[in-house]
Design a protein around this ligand. Structure first.
Ligand SMILES: Cc1cc2nc3c(=O)[nH]c(=O)nc-3n(C[C@H](O)[C@H](O)[C@H](O)COP(=O)(O)O)c2cc1C
Length: 354
């Protein structure tokens, strides 16, 4: 990958709304004077092997029309960002929309070939209340904490080491083997992995009720249990899942769409990961997913994974991290036209790491 930075910054026509993000980016441009800036959808073209900083200004409405013109192109161009590595800044004038726009943009760019570093988002809400704690810790004001976070983001974008292709995979699910389309698809994908390629797979079934949801202990209590390698609840999460996450170099989540969200057991898994997160970060681990919806909405489930595990919990997001399919009747996913080729392509991306 080249050490070149492209800043994709859809132009907001109202100058006042651009001022804050321009202030945030001053330091970034001072450190990368050669950075190319793309402000108009008409100038967006396929970019290969570059580091990309998406910088999106949202007004109070959360709508930036030039951003939507770009999003349209990104969604229609599956190779827009081949071998690119991304991070993003989203600046808003209200308390809403920064996260949802970021999640949607990461999902689209990832499908077009862009990998994302762990914790790739720095967002500024209207009030900058989201920097309140960080500003206190740094004994500074919220705007300076925001600037510092943006500078750190770009440093991490350039400092990201190349992760070797994953060989130790922790596959987590909570489905029944007999009927699940999602597990059927995983079995098809898995056939491409062979032991002589060095693959080692730990498959963990979080059976109904095995993982109680996070009880939301106070921070110090969570830290106390986490530092001793445990959690208030203990159980399968501490005995099997956490060791598998520490051991793996890729986490693969097998996700049926339940009411346009992860199933309760998988959500509990993500929430309970907080105890392990107190002890270590996951920047060095890849995140993959297989998502199956009966009708529609796989993008919402994949977006939930991006927000929870890549943006919050720091997992690295490889290009095209999720295989998404639509199938309802038991076993029907395996009869979809072209499913064998798509499963093979997904497996090959895991094998090669690209
Ligand atoms: C509780 C529950 C909720 C569901 N909600 C949705 C939904 O919101 N949207 C959808 O497309 N499919 C929904 N489905 C269908 C599944 O996504 C579908 O069966 C798919 O094949 C994956 O599930 P499976 O791996 O268990 O077969 C739901 C299924 C269940 C059991």
């Amino acid at each position: 990958m080249k050490d070149e930075l492209t800043v994709i910054m859809p132009l907001c026509p109202e100058r006042a709304k651009r001022e804050r993000i321009n202030g945030i980016l001053t330091q970034v441009f001072a450190n990368c004077p050669q950075a190319e800036v793309i402000e108009h959808a008409a100038d967006l073209r396929p970019l290969h092997g570059r580091r990309i900083l998406f910088a999106v200004v949202l007004g109070e409405s959360g709508v930036n029309l030039e951003y939507y013109a770009m999003l349209k192109q990104i969604r229609l161009q599956p190779d827009m960002f081949t071998d690119c590595l991304g991070a993003l800044l989203v600046d808003g004038w209200s308390e809403l929309y920064t996260k949802s726009v970021a999640r949607e943009l990461v999902f689209a760019a990832n499908r077009s070939g862009c990998a994302f570093i762990g914790r790739p988002l720095v967002e500024g809400t209207g009030s900058l209340q989201n920097f309140h704690v960080l500003a206190q810790l740094q004994a500074t004001d919220e705007f300076t904490a925001y600037q510092n976070a943006a500078a750190d983001l770009v440093q991490r974008l350039f400092g990201q080491p190349t992760l070797p292709p994953a060989r130790r995979i922790a596959a987590i699910h909570a489905s029944s083997h007999r009927t699940s389309n999602t597990l059927g698809l995983w079995q098809l994908v898995q056939q491409r992995f062979t032991t002589d390629q060095g693959f080692d797979i730990r498959e963990i079934n979080l059976r109904n009720g095995a993982v109680a949801d996070c009880s939301g202990c106070p921070y110090t209590m969570c830290l106390h249990f986490g530092e001793r390698g445990g959690c208030f609840y203990g159980g399968v999460m501490v005995e099997d899942v956490e060791p598998a996450i520490e051991w793996c170099d890729a986490l693969l989540l097998l996700c049926p769409n339940y009411n346009d969200a992860l199933s309760a057991n998988l959500t509990a898994f993500v929430n309970r990961l907080t105890a392990l997160f107190r002890r270590r970060r996951f920047y060095d681990k890849r995140l993959y997913a297989i998502v199956v919806s009966g009708y529609s909405g796989s993008d919402i489930v994949a977006g939930q994974l991006i927000a929870a595990l890549n943006m919050n919990k720091t997992f690295f997001l490889p290009a095209r991290f999720a295989m998404t399919e639509t199938a309802n009747d038991a076993g029907s996913v395996l009869r979809l036209p072209g499913i064998g080729a798509r499963a093979a392509a997904f497996a090959d991306r895991i094998v090669t790491g690209c």
